[in-house]
Design a protein. Sequence first.
Length: 686
Amino acid sequence: MNEHKNPFFEPYGTPHDTVPFDRIRLEDYEEAFMEGIRRDNEQIEKIINNPERPTFDNTIINTEEDEGYYDLLSRVSTVFFNLLSAETNDEMDALAQKIQPILTQHSNDIRLNTRLFERIRQVHLHHRRLNAEEKMLLDNCYEGFVRSGALLDEAGKERLRQLTEEASMLSLQFSQNLLKEQKAFTLDITDEGQLDGLPDSAREAAALTAKEQGKTGWVFTLDYPSYSPFLTYSTQRELRRQLYMARNTICTHANGENNLEICKRLVNLRREIAQLLGYKTYADYVLKRRMASNTRNVYRLLDELIEAYKPTALKEKEEVKKLFKKSERNSEKMMPWDAGFYAHKLQMKKYNLDAEMLRPYFELSNVIKGVFGLANRLYGITFKENKDIPVYHPDVKAYEVFDRDGSFLAVFYADFHPRKGKQSGAWMTQYQGQYIDSKGVNVRPHVSVVMNLTKPTEDKPALLTLSEVETFLHEFGHSLHGMFANTRFESLSGTNVWWDFVELPSQFMENFSIERDFLRTFAFHYETGEPIPDELIQRIVKSRNFMTATACLRQVSLGLLDMAYYTKKDEFKDDIIVFEKQAWKKAILGEQLPDTCMTVQFSHIMAGGYAAGYYSYKWAEVLDADAFSVFKRHGIFDQKTAQSFRDNILSKGGTEHPMTLYKRFRGGEPTIEALLKRNGIKRSKK
């Protein structure tokens, strides 16, 4: 019997040195974590005990580069925490609880190491002539240490350790609670009459879920591909209410998964961290390293959007309400679980269009071909599935990506469908970042997109909605940012940019979703092979701005909620549910129910790194509309424009200030006008 070897301790020996998921055992993680920490500490000791004068090369580069499989801690952390979101279980969750405080302590040990920081400070003050990328690395390194407490006195450093370690654990607990609570709920139906209104796709998916869970009938869950169709199509108002309330009261119940106090504590911890570091609020701390620069600019954007979109949103709401009153004569008022149902009816009335009409044309394998084909047309890259590359679940597909000249560009993983151990939502991540090693080898990235798209059923392949196609394009845009990375230092490559810039490449790709010339490349009926009719495309285009103002205000409301928490100067003592209702009030159109709560499931700002940064989606939307207007002018497949976008934005990572990169592509700063035009919003004349 062969003795098991920890795969993290040696070169992987897989195609492109990809992660050998099939060889990793649970016990390998902890062993690799502890050895990785030991090696890190050894490396730090070498740097601080170096008798030579501190230089960029012997100090900054040594803290940045720990190449190959010897960079053990990075290797194991990347795999473990990616799988903690995409394919976790109780054992992984328990290990995360054990290892997280150790990792936070280790990070603090490095960032608060006085001797190491003194060397970095000396290099910051006295260094050789540096190119732009080296200067950015130095500034980021110095600023990163300062923002992590390097200038604090010993008492301050000790307090910062306590705060960051507690915040780290609470963020993890928040995520684990959310996943458990979301997966615990099911709406079980055995009476077929209660499926009234639901399309075949929703019925078949619910029957498959029931079968997988060993139940009879139909099972609906809080995963988006199950939840959304039910709220949109079900005629059973009481069941819609049950499902809506289940989703919108997650983590508020009197059980072990309640996140109310965790959120309150996280807000206070972050405020105290920021104030300890010399900032008035956590938002001030965050925005120092963002394009927006300060809270005033964030609120200016949010207020400008409210002013521009609210009149249209009120008209949209009134139209839906009118239809509700006409149909529900016995009901006093429209409730939140009615909104999607009657908005769909209105869409059918105005445009004779709904998501189910489009599903037959969006079969997943064709969508994949379409998205890959778009990248080929724009940038000349090609994708080839390689089944020799190990994956962590049968749902995952692994591809080799080749550049226009045939050279290897990247590995691309795609993980498509919901399952028990997977967080909801969609995201892009990577298992290896791009960088150029000390021998001049351009180490290419391994990127991954993780989504929760409609699953295939026993009778049909996975048939997506247009919204799911947009989600795929969005995450694929992030992946292009990662795959095209071409910088020297890994910490500056790919998506390692300021967070109100990172959404530009992703949201930019969404623009293609309603372009006829793009749809005609892949949207074929899964049974007949007929292309999507022009008449249907015209209806898609005409309806593109259906309820768009309402959707905008929803995003703005979340931005307001985020800012309300993180602009607090004093201790947060409010009732979370009450505070939430007030914080986003000016962007909310309907009645707010007393028991519902978004904060406790708002992963972006509690556990996902978007604290004081959720406005980024709208900030980047201004950029993406402006950028796509260039493509519209020159042709949506124009390779010269695409090459400029690749060269000036996608490949540059965080090597320069984002506005510098954007202006180099665009020739000037963006304005909100392209977004307003795209959304059909007319500003009121003053």
